[in-house]
Design a protein around this ligand. Structure first.
Ligand SMILES: [Zn+2]
Length: 231
């Protein structure tokens, strides 16, 4: 039985890779020449350091899952020939950590992330987070977008569709513009999206989100969505 499960995962990954390879080839044929040299994929692993984000019932912290998925995105985008920027590469907040209050350090962190993103003006920002709700039954990824650059909504739709197509066929969630509570995207002038990859409050989904193979499938789906958009 275990061998069967391993084969199913292997077949899935091969299919996923094929889908990705087709998108990549189409993309390379049509689009790579049109991409400006200053075009970067900016990857934001949400939270970090003293800010763990939300958590699963077993104590798994959102910040660690965010970083793990962000690192996979970084490798995959690089393999496709993109320039990338990771806003954080370790378990840390990236602002002024000498500030006296937690709130001040968090504000400094998010402003630093925004300022780095804005220093790559012809780029796309992808922020990675995990969701949480007081009721366990909710699950599924949802992509949010910045209300500023019009391309954000198109990118969000392309990524949401790719996730549904590749790994979550029953997901009916709709993309949504962020409000003032999501500082980074609300204030970002670049085409920018936030992928809430799933709900840590749902035990079954939390187990998947902790799994390296599932994280790769998610990352594949996000990259595939971006390639579809750029095409
Ligand atoms: Zn978060």
């Amino acid at each position: 039985m275990k061998r069967f499960a391993v084969s199913v995962v292997a077949v899935f990954l091969v299919l996923c890779a094929c889908n990705f390879a087709v998108a990549f080839l189409r993309f390379n044929r049509k689009t790579s020449a049109q991409l400006n040299e200053g075009f970067y994929i900016i990857i934001d692993a949400g939270h970090g350091g003293m800010d763990g984000g939300t958590s699963a019932a077993d104590g798994t912290l959102e910040k660690n899952i965010n970083l793990s998925i962000a690192q996979k995105l970084d490798s995959m985008f690089k393999a496709c020939g993109f320039n990338t920027v990771m806003l954080r590469t370790g378990d840390e907040l990236i602002g002024d950590n000498s500030l006296s209050t937690i709130r001040a350090r968090k504000v400094s962190d998010i402003k630093t992330r925004l300022s780095i993103a804005h220093s790559y003006p012809q780029s796309v920002l992808i922020s990675i987070h995990q969701n949480h709700y007081s009721v366990e039954k909710y699950n599924g990824a949802q992509v949010f977008y910045s209300p500023n650059a019009p391309a954000s909504k198109l990118i969000a739709q392309a990524v949401q569709s790719s996730i549904v197509e590749n790994i979550q066929p029953d997901n009916n969630r709709q993309i949504k513009a962020v409000g003032t509570n999501i500082y980074l995207l609300y204030n970002c002038n670049l085409p920018s999206i936030m992928v809430e990859c799933g709900f840590l409050s749902n035990r079954e989904e939390a187990e998947k989100l902790k799994n390296e193979v599932y994280q790769k499938q998610l990352a594949f789906s996000v990259v595939n969505g971006i390639l579809n958009y750029l095409e």
